[in-house]
Design a protein around this ligand. Structure first.
Ligand code: PHE
Length: 448
C-alpha cells in the first residue's frame, strides 16, 4: 500500500468535500419537486428511511473499500479479488464517475455560470415579458456559447483538482459549502416573506399519505442514490484519502444530514416563491432556467436574488464536479503513475471534449444522431443512472456483504477500537436489501 498518499488534513475536510459531492443540482431541482408532488412531509419520511437504510449502507461499504486499500475503485477491486465480475462492477463506476457523467454535468454547470452573469444584465427584463423559455432556447441553439461556458466551468474544476487534496479540493469546499448555505438562507428569507408564500410552504410540506404510491417510493430511492453520489467510485476515492483514526459511520451520517437538509431547504426557496407569483411548480431544467427567472423578475431586487440563486447552483455543481474529476485523476495517478497536475489536465481536457456531442445535441437543428430515441444528452444521463451506477453499487454491495465482510467489519470499527451498534443491520442491508432495491430501480426505470 502506498503510504505517501496525500490525505485530508482533518475530518472536516473529508466531510465537507463528500457533502459537496452529494449536494448538487439534484438537491435543488429535483428533490423539492418530488416532495411537493408525492405528499410533502410523508415523502420526506420515506426518503429519510430509505437513505438511512439503503443509501448509507452502500456509502459505508464504499468508504471501507477506499480507506482499506487506499486506491481508486478499480484499483481497490483489483487488489482485493481476481474475479472479473467485481472488476467489471468497479469499471462501471469508474466510467460513470470518471468522465461520463461529468461530460454533461459540466454543460449544465456552464448554464448556471451564464445565468449568474445574465441575471444582472438582460435576463430579468426578458423574463418579465414571459420570454425566459425563449432565452434558454436561444442559448441552447448557440452551441459555441454553451461550449464556452462548459469550458469555463471545467477549467475552474480542473484547476481546483490540480491543486491537490488539501490545498485544492478541501480548501475550495471549505469556502464554497458555507457560502452555499448562507446564500440558501438569504433566499429562503426572501421567499417566505413574499405575500402568499404560506400557500407554497403548505403545499410543499403538509403530509398527505394518500399521495404516496409505489412509484413515489421508487422515486425516493432513485433520488437517494443519485443525491448521495453512490455507485460512481467517488466515495471510494474520497475515502482513500481519509485517516485511519476517523469514524466512518459518523462521517457518513453527517454527510447524509447535510445533503438532506440542503435539499429540504431548497424547497423552501422554490415553493413559496413559485406560489407567491402564481406559477406552476415544475422540475429540472424547466424549473431552474425558465420558471424561476420569471419568478425572480417579479420580485423587488429580483436581479440580485436571481444572481444569488445561480451562484448557489454553480457552487453546488462545482463541488460535485470536483468529486467526479477526482475519480479520473486518482485513477490516472494510481494506475499510470502520472503527476497530479498532468493527470488533471489530461482528464479535464478529454472530459470536456466528450461533452461536446451532448452540448451540440441540445440545439433544435442538431445533427447529432439520436440514440434509442433519446437526444445524446439524455442518453448519457440515462445510461449512467440506470446501467452503470446501479451495476457498480450492486457489485460493491454484494462484494462487501458476502465476500469481503470480515475485513469490512474491521475497517468500519477501526480494527475493533470503535463500537458500531448497527453492524448486524448494515450487513443485512448490503447483503439483501440494497441489492434487491437496486435491482428494482434498474428494472422499473429501464429507459431503453
Ligand atoms: N449528488 C449530486 C446531486 O445531488 C449529483 C452527482 C451525481 C454528483 C453524480 C456527482 C456524481 O446533484
Amino acid at each position: 500500500m502506498e503510504n505517501s498518499r496525500e490525505l485530508w488534513s482533518n475530518k472536516i475536510g473529508f466531510i465537507l468535500a463528500t457533502a459537496g459531492s452529494a449536494v448538487g443540482l439534484g438537491n435543488v431541482w429535483r428533490f423539492p419537486y418530488l416532495v411537493g408532488m408525492n405528499g410533502g412531509a410523508a415523502f420526506v419520511i420515506v426518503y429519510v428511511v430509505l437513505a438511512l437504510s439503503v443509501g448509507i449502507s452502500i456509502m459505508l461499504a464504499e468508504f471501507c473499500l477506499g480507506r482499506a486499500t487506499r486506491r481508486n475503485v478499480v484499483g481497490a477491486m483489483r487488489v482485493l479479488t481476481k474475479n472479473p465480475i467485481w472488476h467489471i462492477a468497479a469499471w462501471c463506476g469508474m466510467i460513470a464517475g470518471g468522465g461520463w457523467i461529468l461530460s454533461y454535468y459540466g454543460i449544465i454547470a456552464g448554464w448556471t455560470l451564464r445565468y449568474m452573469f445574465h441575471s444582472l444584465t438582460d435576463l430579468m427584463p426578458l423574463a418579465l415579458e414571459g420570454s425566459s423559455g425563449a432565452v434558454l432556447g436561444g442559448f441552447l441553439n448557440q452551441t459555441s456559447d454553451v461550449v464556452m461556458y462548459q469550458v469555463a466551468a471545467m477549467a475552474i474544476t480542473t484547476i481546483i483538482v490540480a491543486l491537490g487534496i488539501s490545498s485544492g479540493i478541501e480548501r475550495a469546499c471549505k469556502v464554497l459549502m458555507p457560502v452555499l448555505f448562507i446564500l440558501l438562507l438569504i433566499l429562503i428569507v426572501r421567499a417566505v416573506t413574499l405575500p402568499g408564500a404560506a400557500e407554497g410552504v403548505k403545499f410543499y410540506l403538509e403530509p398527505d399519505f394518500s399521495k404516496l404510491t409505489g412509484e413515489s417510493v421508487l422515486a425516493a430511492l432513485g433520488q437517494g442514490f443519485y443525491s448521495l453520489s453512490v455507485g460512481m467510485g467517488i466515495l471510494v476515492t474520497y475515502a482513500s484519502y481519509i485517516r485511519k483514526e476517523e469514524n466512518l459511520v459518523h462521517s457518513g451520517l453527517f454527510v447524509l444530514c447535510v445533503d438532506t437538509l440542503v435539499a429540504l431547504l431548497a424547497g423552501l426557496v422554490i415553493f413559496p416563491a413559485v406560489f407567491a407569483m402564481g406559477v406552476e411548480p415544475s422540475a429540472g431544467v424547466g424549473l431552474t432556467f425558465i420558471t424561476l427567472p420569471g419568478v425572480f423578475a417579479q420580485m423587488p431586487g429580483g436581479a440580485y436574488f436571481s444572481c444569488a440563486f445561480f451562484t448557489l447552483l454553480l457552487f453546488a455543481a462545482i463541488t460535485s464536479m470536483i468529486s467526479l474529476l477526482e475519480v479520473a485523476v486518482s485513477f490516472i495517478m494510481d494506475e499510470l503513475h502520472m503527476s497530479r497536475s498532468i493527470s488533471s489536465i489530461i482528464s479535464g481536457v478529454l472530459i470536456t471534449l466528450l461533452g461536446i456531442p451532448s452540448a451540440m445535441s441540445l440545439a433544435d437543428d442538431s445533427k447529432v444522431p439520436q440514440i434509442f430515441g433519446m437526444s445524446f444528452f439524455d442518453f448519457m444521463d440515462s445510461a449512467a443512472n440506470y446501467i452503470m451506477m446501479p451495476i457498480c453499487a450492486m457489485g460493491i454491495s454484494i462484494f462487501v456483504g458476502w465476500i469481503w465482510y470480515s475485513e469490512a467489519k474491521k475497517e468500519i470499527t477501526n480494527d475493533g477500537t470503535l463500537k458500531f451498534q448497527m453492524m448486524g443491520l448494515w450487513m443485512l442491508s448490503i447483503r439483501f436489501f440494497a441489492p434487491a432495491m437496486i435491482g428494482l430501480i434498474m428494472v422499473t426505470g429501464w429507459p431503453f
